[in-house]
Design a protein around this ligand. Structure first.
Ligand code: NAP
Ligand code: ZN
Length: 350
């Protein structure tokens, strides 16, 4: 199938229109017309080569919402015309304990990311959601509940699941005191989800600039990480902290904020962290942990949870030609929402 996307052709290069082919349907494949595609900071890391060498041209995008165009002969889960979604993975071995346990993101044989990774059968490099169409095996296609506004659902597929999964794992519930470091795409979803779980949520931000945004989505307020007095006053006052900072930093600035037995979970920076102080961990039986996206079953759970609690990501709709501007904002970290590309405006003949 002929399609069009926006691709980077080298690290740090602007993305430009790119014509390419999607594979012919295998028996268990679904062809999807992509309608909306979210822009994650991971797209920027990947295009820039922050996580190692990439294969170019590279079409990023793993927050995908669209409509079923065609189904393979063995597909039973979805029908032509249904609203569906695709997140950060498009395949895994389906055979190991982690896959059987619905944690395909931790597949022992390595899951296949939605873009920039060899397809398990053909070896062809996967290409993501900044495109008009995608072909994905049915096990990795999610259903979009009718109660969700299709134009606003895409960020649930990465920002939603990546924050929902640790909130669940570390048992955030009614009365939990939760801190969210960084009010961006992930951070704003973490606030909305934790508030819906009954938690008291504080945003821990570099400045007060996003205070109104934080309060508008249910946070109690902002704790400014650069304000030493405020940080000292907030010592030992959180049960759980989610760290979404996308760059190298020192978690020891934040660990003293945890109460005894509290956990800080890193979902942001991948790679070396700055100096790490053990005393806050030892002196309060505190923990530092990490978490990667979430399994397919849990991704369906977060879509259903958002539908049930009327949670929609705050989306700023853009056209595909504006992706490079959106990347520039993510690099600065100056937005408290998600950019979403309106793919309906991009034509294959364009
Ligand atoms: P984003 O929209 O750019 O938000 C990141 C936020 O972090 C910014 O809005 C900013 O918030 C804060 N920040 C930015 N630069 C900072 C700095 N130098 N020091 C301290 N704080 C800074 O990014 P995102 O899409 O939410 O992604 C966040 C990170 O999560 C990225 O590294 C991404 O790759 C990663 N990620 C991980 C997973 C996973 O499975 N673990 C999944 C998806 C994404 P304030 O202005 O409030 O400080
Ligand atoms: Zn992402």
């Amino acid at each position: 199938m002929k399609t069009i996307g926006y691709a980077a052709h080298s690290p740090d290069a602007n993305m430009v229109p790119y014509h390419f082919e999607r594979r012919a349907l295998r028996a268990n494949d679904i062809a999807i017309e992509i309608l909306y595609s979210g822009i994650c900071h991971s797209d920027l890391h990947t295009v820039n080569g922050d996580w190692g060498d990439q294969s170019y041209p590279l079409v990023p995008g793993h927050e995908i919402v669209g409509r079923v165009l065609e189904v393979g002969s063995d597909v039973t889960k979805y029908k032509v015309g249904e609203n569906v979604a695709v997140g950060c993975m498009v395949d895994s071995c389906q055979d190991c304990d982690q896959c059987h346990n619905h944690e395909e993101q931790y597949c022992r044989n390595g899951m296949t990311p939605t873009y920039g990774s060899p397809d398990r059968i053909s070896g062809e490099i996967t290409q993501g959601g900044y495109s008009k169409h995608i072909v994905v095996r049915e096990e990795f296609v999610l259903g979009v509940p009718d109660a969700l506004d299709l134009a606003k659902a895409a960020p649930i597929l990465c920002a939603g699941i990546t924050t929902f999964s640790p909130l669940r794992t570390w048992d955030v519930k009614e009365g939990s005191r939760v801190g969210v470091i960084g009010l961006g795409g992930l951070g704003h979803m973490a606030v909305k989800l934790a508030v819906a779980m009954g938690a008291e949520v504080t945003v821990i931000s570099r400045s007060n600039d996003k205070e109104e945004d934080a309060k508008a989505i249910g946070a109690k307020g902002i704790l400014v990480s650069k304000d030493e007095d405020a940080m000292n006053a907030a010592a030992a006052s959180f049960d759980f902290i989610l760290d979404t900072v996308p760059v190298q930093h020192d978690v020891s600035v934040y660990t003293p904020l945890l109460d005894v037995d509290g956990t800080l979970t890193i979902v942001g920076q991948v790679g070396p962290m700055d100096g790490f102080m053990s005393w806050p961990l030892i002196g309060g039986r505190r923990r530092v942990a990490g978490s990667l996206i979430g399994g397919i079953k849990e991704t369906q759970d977060v879509l259903d949870f958002c539908a049930e609690h009327n949670i929609h990501p705050d989306c700023k709709m853009i056209e595909a030609a504006e992706v490079n501007d959106a990347f520039a904002h993510l690099a600065k970290g100056d937005v408290a929402h998600r950019f979403v590309i309106d793919m309906t405006k991009l034509s294959v003949d364009g």
